[in-house]
Ligand binder design. Sequence first.
Ligand code: NDP
Ligand code: GDP
Length: 327
Amino acid sequence: MRTALVTGVTGQDGAYLSQFLLSKGYRVIGMMRRSASSDVIGERLRWLGILNDVELVDGNLTDLSSLIRIMQTYKPDEIYNLAAQSFVAASWQQPLLTGNVTGLGASCVLEAMRMVQPGARFYQASSSEMYGLIQAPMQSETTPFYPRSPYAAAKLYAHWMTVNYRESFGMHASSGILFNHESPLRGIEFVTRKVTDGVARIKLGLAKTLPLGNMRATRDWGHARDYVQAMWLMLQQDVPSDYVIATGRTTSIQQLCNIAFGYVGLNPEDHIQCRNDLIRPAEVDVLLGDASKARRVLGWTAETSLEDMIAEMIEADLSRHRVRLAA
Ligand code: NDP
Ligand code: GDP
């Protein structure tokens, strides 16, 4: 039985990846940071019905000793570094913490692995945000980066550290440059989930308006359930490398709203409130990924359409609110 260590196990991708690894017969060690709310923090794992199947262990990306101890105890064959301060908007409010966790934190995982488990395989959760002010209409592994937020700058550092540990020490370290991916387990602060939750509230008469920022930005949105499979595939290759994971379709926030409101028979113009305070200090206007390398080498393609994913998210949010209303 192979053992996988997943940092960020309580997040969206940590939950879906754990579910996928368990289905493959892995022993899954999920690292979570100690919290006074540990009874609710495993909500996503509970939602997927795997809370009791993942072995949860306390640790923090900013505490190298905790990572060393975990690796010594569990000797993982595969290490998936998903933990991060992952919200771009928050990274302008907490740039130092973001640098510490999202950037240096990845170095801590690599360093612990180098000391304790150099033969393990490592996955780094890199991000399309690293392309920022895009240098090519479609972004691939060879497109130059131009980060536009403290989050993106921190991710870029972690990305290059992954490449450097691979090239300097011969470690099996791969970086997945994942474009935005969503699901019913997406954090409520991200725009897709904010919209599907808002649509559900409005449909049920719990709210009238939905405040949003820049409606013109476009994103290449896929489903997290599809994307975690690509992470695993990367670590099954003989040779470590970096891969763009994307759908190849980009959609504006306005179009996303049209799809979501349309799904429940509402008109977005009756409910959306554009608010200047939700506009970011710097914007990433367009992201559109070219995942042809992943298709060619990993045999991976995105399966779920944006429409199907939005429908799944709205249905999940409607159910959540109906349960609360009934309680
Ligand atoms: P989430 O925000 O849902 O999850 C982040 C996880 O990191 C949570 O489990 C969180 O724990 C944990 N975490 C935060 N700080 C620390 C810390 N100091 N020590 C240990 N754990 C910590 O992110 P996603 O699941 O959406 O994304 C997974 C990774 O992929 C992230 O690195 C993200 O930046 C990256 N990524 C995501 C994309 C997306 O569209 N989803 C696109 C590209 C990259 P807690 O529950 O306690 O907050
Ligand atoms: P990001 O691509 O990682 O920053 O993912 P987000 O879901 O947070 O944001 C995607 C895009 O939606 C960005 O261009 C935001 O500026 C835009 N956006 C517009 N209104 C909102 C909003 O109210 N919340 C969020 N999170 N994003 C918004």
